[in-house]
Design a protein around this ligand. Sequence first.
Ligand code: SF4
Ligand code: ZN
Length: 100
Amino acid sequence: MGKIESEKSTVTYMIGLYCRKKHKQNSLCLKCEELKAYALQRLGTCSYGEQKPACKVCKTHCYKATMRERIRQVMRFSGPRMIYYYPLDYVRHWLKKSPL
Ligand code: SF4
Ligand SMILES: [Zn+2]
């Protein structure tokens, strides 16, 4: 799986986890659906393609400010919880280079 596809599945998973725990929804609520669509669209049109840096250190910062803040909330919440859902090595790697 390429970097973009891998980050897409990670961010999808993290938003789903966030929504289940914070918004008590089984399927994504409208706000989280909106955030997911936005994040996937950004990744899909990232001008760095497969060479992309982690979004959080990216100089371009292509997210608009409100979405950036929302995705950061999701990362803060879901990041540490990924340990329960993903193999440890993956999480260690991810925490070093968290994509967003
Ligand atoms: S923040 Fe940077 S790395 Fe992330 S999608 Fe936007 S341009 Fe690509
Ligand atoms: Zn939600």
